[in-house]
Design a protein around this ligand. Sequence first.
Ligand SMILES: C[S@@+](CC[C@H](N)C(=O)[O-])C[C@H]1O[C@@H](n2cnc3c(N)ncnc32)[C@H](O)[C@@H]1O
Length: 507
Amino acid sequence: MTQDWDGGYIADIGYTHDYFFEMSPAHIGLALLLSGYAAPDHTRPFAYCELGCGQGLTTNVLAAANPTGAFWANDFNPAHINNAQALAMAAGSGNVTFLDHDFAAMAKADLPQFDFIALHGIWSWVNEAARQAVLAFITQRLRVGGVVYVSYNALPGWAAAMPLREVMQHYGRGETSQQRVAAGQQIAARLEALGGAAFAENPAMGAKLKSLAGKPVAYLAHEYFNAVFAPSYFREVAASMGFAKLGYAASSHLRDNEDGLHFNAEAQALLAEFAHPVAREGMRDFLTNRQFRRDIFIRGPRRLTPGAQTEALLRQRLALVAPDPDTLALVMKLPGGEVNLKPGVYRPILQALARRPMRVAELLAEPAIAALGQPIVLEAVRMLCVMHAVMAALPEEGEAQRRASTERFNAAVMALARHADGLRTLASPVLGGGVAANRFDQLFLLAAAQGRPPVDVAWQALQAQGQRVAQGGNSLQGEAENRAALTTIHGEFAHQRLPALRRLGVA
Ligand SMILES: C[S@@+](CC[C@H](N)C(=O)[O-])C[C@H]1O[C@@H](n2cnc3c(N)ncnc32)[C@H](O)[C@@H]1O
């Protein structure tokens, strides 16, 4: 059911609470650096705006982890903004402002010039007027050299599965979004089961339907049941951003930037025939059939010379996010199969980063790593970033200040974990962004902060809501069984996840 202000966008069910690292200034900086572009300096005071922030978790995490940044975020759903403001308030984050403006009101609001404007999960789901308002905002509010992060459902990747959305959205009847989500999936499943030719002749529809199983209703409602669902070709988004004088630089999903990981020699030769970067990037989508894009555009992209890029890479600080440097699988998927990465190159780098976050130049000062030679080390570092084993870290300077604000934020998130399995991200002063931590992780950290036995804290939180530990599809009944299971879960946490959380300044 729509309301006056929502323009057909789902508003009767709140969106999920998720954090997207692809939107963090530190990560965007790394993506641009690896692709040879200059990025806004996020180590100095900067201004950041998230458009359509949903529940606001990403902006809240980024604000806590970057206290020198000034953050704004909007969403026209006041229930989302109320939640986002409550978390900012509980965390004592004084550097973030959440507004329940729509995009048109944002374009008229008195706001600063931004270094970063980010929109995740917006572009494909809003009407043309909202897209125009977003573009007006970017045109007026993004400073020269500033970046836009925009994600969207992409064509041709989405083309084959489009009729599934049509069936669910228009033939799944119900008064509430919740009912429509259930009815939409049911009608699609019935069509498939009775051999409806649209399904039988187009396997992408069934595959997409299957992929929806177990996804949160809130996600499905916002993804498939809005009035608008309009995947775009990259060329079209590049043209829209072009109106705001932006040029494409890179994907924030690092793997997408690595032609060698996607394309064989023949495909790379085809790409080389397209001199214009927009045409080449569009052609990549036909080769990969990618369904989702996470693009970074810049107002005036500035290329780094190879020498400047290397110097900046040497200055780049990195943190190990993979749990264990010794067991991380050193395998990279390529078009023709898998390739094993050389342990003699990768393990020493991982082991050094397991001791502490380091600049690449510091890594190269370690004799065992220096012996590999700079080009090999730089390539290995790049692959570890692509594999998401290693992430961009902020400089050591300012870490104490960042730690003070992330500790406040994390205390607020962990306090919520006592009552609900809600927010699954904590803020890291090392990354300048978030790190995944499930409810038990958070309750165990809370126990450590309070000097209490971890299993007691977790069990009391479950008990207070009549919840039990789930194991193999069943929930355990007796207290002794639950405590035993929690002891095992705590053992895994202490052994596997706690060391990484410590490295990232979260524990
Ligand atoms: C799919 S959700 C994505 C939310 C968030 N970016 C995330 O990824 O978690 C889209 C969001 O855009 C908001 N939205 C849609 N149209 C809008 C408009 N015209 N002005 C402001 N917000 C809008 C919705 O309320 C919703 O929270």
